[in-house]
Design a protein around this ligand. Structure first.
Ligand code: SAM
Length: 278
């Protein structure tokens, strides 16, 4: 297997990091090694890297022997990556916006693709929600995010950070905060600490929502006024439905409910609405 040099940067050394693309390039060899060890890519695996940038993670990922697709929005970086990996059959570059990229164009096989990315912080939440639409195709995801976002992803009921992001991501995946990464590991250095998180889509969901769109609306509505009781903040959703038939105490606040509670509540609303139209 031919090895690509991990000399960094692999591209034009005079590339000016573009703020609008959330470009903070990893340059700390120890951190890069730690991330690759956490991913542990294997020959034959199918990987998708979001925002390869100057290739800090891309080179060791390609060198692992895995098949790698990458999505990069910056035209200059995409051009240089294409040139650098021109001879590698296992490497495919997709130039464009990850938010418009459809995973099913890469694979139809359930749980067949591993997603990786030092995500541009300005699109990290929409990117997570976009990927979750294709969660059935994903084996696992390892991301660098702002530490504060990782804490929200991993938060449990009654934590200050517990909210819409925690409930919806934990509905689809298990969340593991692996380790923190200091600002000095990047060029330019961001203002905040980052963290590596692993998300693994559930193989079997015991608490299955009958209508995921309804669950999403419910969680959004509940956390839009997180200091109010559920009775108050869910008024627009419950309307004329029989509140006594709902399986949770409406005197609680949104942050008190577990993911399973939200699923039960959403399914109860779904049934009551169905009965009301009969
Ligand atoms: N992976 C590199 C590293 O770790 O050094 C670069 C990470 S940098 C934080 C984010 C990368 O995502 C940049 O290369 C940027 O151009 C790219 N990017 C930004 N917005 C994007 C989008 N909407 N779709 C795909 N790539 C994007």
């Amino acid at each position: 297997m031919s090895q690509y040099s991990s000399q960094h940067p692999i591209t034009q050394p005079d590339h000016q990091a573009r703020k609008r693309f959330g470009q903070n390039f990893l340059h700390d060899a120890h951190i890069i090694r730690k991330i690759i060890q956490a991913i542990a890519p294997q020959p034959g695996q199918h990987l998708l890297e979001i925002g390869p940038g100057q290739g800090a993670l891309t080179i060791p990922l390609v060198n692992s022997g895995a098949t790698l697709d990458v999505v990069e929005l910056d035209r200059d970086l995409a051009g240089w990556l294409q040139h650098h990996f021109a001879d590698c059959e296992r490497f495919t570059l997709h130039m464009g916006d990850v938010l418009k990229f459809e995973l099913h164009t890469l694979t139809q096989l359930p749980r067949s693709i591993r997603v990786i990315g030092n995500l541009p912080y300005n699109i990290s939440t929409p990117c997570l929600f976009h990927l979750l639409e294709s969660e059935a195709l994903i084996d696992d995801m390892t991301f660098m995010l702002q530490k504060e976002v990782v804490q929200r992803l991993a938060a449990t009921p009654d934590d200050d950070e517990y909210g819409r992001l925690s409930v919806m991501v934990q509905y689809f995946c298990s969340v593991e905060h692996l380790f923190d990464v200091p600002p000095g590991a990047f060029k330019p250095a961001p203002k905040v600490t980052s963290a590596i998180v692993r998300l693994v889509p559930h193989r079997h969901t015991k608490d299955q929502a009958m209508d995921t769109t309804l669950l999403r609306d419910l969680v959004r509505t509940a956390f839009s006024q997180r200091r109010k009781t559920l009775r108050n903040c869910l008024k627009p959703m419950i309307g004329d439905l029989d509140a006594n038939a709902l399986p949770v105490d409406l005197a609680l606040r949104p942050e008190n409910l577990t993911v399973a509670d939200y699923v039960r509540l959403s399914n109860a609303i779904c049934r009551l609405r169905r009965d009301a139209t009969r």
